[in-house]
Each structure stands twice: as structure tokens, then as C-alpha cells.
Design a protein. Structure first.
Length: 282
């Protein structure tokens, strides 16, 4: 799978996190999140929002983790892997002991004693500070796996602008007017946001459904859809769930269906080329 498809999935998960936090938080506490929306947040804000939603616990001490890394590599990596994902022994990313710990209060005494009967040696001669630093290193590894909101995109303006223009003219103009791309390069805070939005637009392009049943017709915005049921919201906002079956006729209007099809064929070079071109339209 192309790396950008994985990134989009991560963005979607973290976006759900921000939405949930925005609904639960008081007006003052998450004001920046509420007003900006996920795609306009800094990487630090995205990481904090995702951390809160996933309940990841205390923020790791990165300075301590940096001290703990060589200690971990020397003493633990042979069994548990360079980044605690497992080797001869189990990975520690999902370890109950690691996840229950905040800043070494549980891990430090555990590492002191070990579990020799299970093959885990005791580190009784290591100082508590060193063991706490190892604990912080493990927490950073958990953070790296669980909190994709902390991911930072490097320079992505590496494409061929002329080829990007040709791609837009050949693939996009049958649905979009030229005005759609007017000044698009200045509408987003970063090339990353621009790229994410042209691949999967974030505007209110709702999927709608027209459902015919033996009891009548129902139309509205799709809230939830599966092979078994469909939930729609009418103009009043009231939701209704319909169980799908042979006597239920469902017609879906999805304004992003063309983008869904594009995702199946979009190559990395095309993605970079289009982004480089759109960035020039200021």
C-alpha cells in the first residue's frame, strides 16, 4: 500500500479524536482545536488531541528517553528489539506493565527485581535514574506507534509542476471548473494541508441517500452505512435507521466518488506533481 494511503488513514483516526474532544471539552479548554479543525492544527496540537482521545497517559520525558536509549539498546534490545517491538522476546509496546506506568513508578521496581523464572533478568545494580530513563524510552516507543498525530511531514514540494498541470487538465476538469483551483495554493497553511485536501477534500461534501421502502420514501444525509443498515438525517436533523433488505431500494449520491476512484490509481509521482503545481496557484 502506498505510504500516503496509510497517512490518510492516520489522519482520519486523529480527526475523529479531535471531533470527539471538541464535543466534550468546555469552550475554553480546547478552543484552538474547536475553532481551527484538525487539518489546521500544528503537529503539537494534533499530537495532544490524539493523545487525549486515545488516553495515552502522561507525556513521555524525551530528554530522559534520549538518556535511556543507549541503556535500553545495551541491556534489552537483544530480546525485545531496537525499538521494543520484539525480537527473541516479546514486544513491549502493548505490555500491561509499560502501559500502566507513567514515569517509571511501576517499571523501575519491576526492572530491579525482574522475573528470572520467566527469563527476565533483574537489573538490581542499575541506578533508579537509569531505569527510569529506560522507562521513558519505552513510553516514547509507545507514543511513536500509537500517536500518529505527532507525525511531521517533511518537504513534499518535489514534483514536476508541468506534469502536475497536465494531470489536473486531464483528470480533474471534467468535474471541476477552473475557478475551483483559483488561488488554491494560498488557501492552506502548508503544502501538506494542500495535498491532503485536493486528494480528499475536507469541505462539507455530504453523501446523501434516497431510500424507498414499503412504508414510503426517505431522503437525507448519510450518517452511517453498511451492508445491513443505513442511517440518514433529514432536513430537520432527525435521524432514522433503515434495515437493508431485498424490499429496500437505496440510491446513494456521493460527491467524492471520483476521488475514491482516483485513489486507486494515483501514483506517488502524480501526487507530488499535482501538489507542486497547485502550490503555484496563489
Amino acid at each position: 500500500m502506498r505510504y500516503w494511503m496509510t497517512a490518510l488513514l492516520a489522519v482520519s483516526v486523529a480527526g475523529i479524536a479531535v471531533a470527539a474532544i471538541s464535543q466534550q471539552a468546555p469552550a475554553g479548554g480546547q478552543e484552538g482545536v474547536q475553532q481551527q479543525g484538525y487539518q489546521n492544527l500544528t503537529s503539537e496540537q494534533r499530537a495532544a488531541a490524539t493523545r487525549s482521545f486515545l488516553g495515552l497517559g502522561a507525556v513521555p520525558d524525551k530528554a530522559a528517553a534520549a538518556r535511556g536509549e543507549p541503556l535500553y539498546v545495551e541491556n534489552c534490545s537483544v530480546c525485545h528489539g531496537q525499538t521494543a517491538r520484539g525480537a527473541m522476546g516479546p514486544g513491549l509496546i502493548t505490555s500491561d506493565i509499560v502501559l500502566a506506568d507513567d514515569h517509571g513508578e511501576h517499571l523501575t521496581p519491576f526492572l530491579k527485581k525482574g522475573t528470572p523464572e520467566k527469563g527476565m533478568p533483574a537489573f538490581a545494580t542499575m541506578a533508579d535514574r537509569q531505569l527510569t530513563d529506560i522507562a521513558e524510552f519505552l513510553h516514547v516507543q509507545v507514543e511513536n506507534v500509537a500517536n500518529r498525530g505527532a507525525y511531521q511531514v517533511l518537504n513534499i514540494l518535489v514534483g514536476d509542476r508541468a506534469k502536475g498541470k497536465a494531470y489536473v487538465e486531464g483528470h480533474c476538469m471534467s468535474c471541476h471548473k477552473a475557478e475551483t483551483f483559483s488561488h488554491i495554493g494560498s488557501k492552506f497553511r502548508s503544502p501538506e494541508q494542500l495535498q491532503r485536501n485536493w486528494i480528499w477534500p475536507s469541505h462539507s461534501a455530504y453523501m446523501t441517500a434516497n431510500v424507498k421502502t414499503s412504508a414510503g420514501s426517505i431522503s437525507g444525509r448519510v450518517i452511517q452505512i453498511s451492508d445491513f443498515r443505513l442511517t440518514v438525517a433529514g432536513e430537520s436533523g432527525k435521524t432514522q435507521t433503515i434495515q437493508r433488505g431485498p424490499d429496500v431500494d437505496v440510491k446513494i449520491d456521493d460527491p467524492l466518488v471520483a476521488h475514491q476512484k482516483m485513489l486507486m490509481t494515483l501514483a506517488n509521482d502524480d501526487m507530488h506533481n499535482v501538489t507542486a503545481y497547485l502550490e503555484t496557484l496563489k
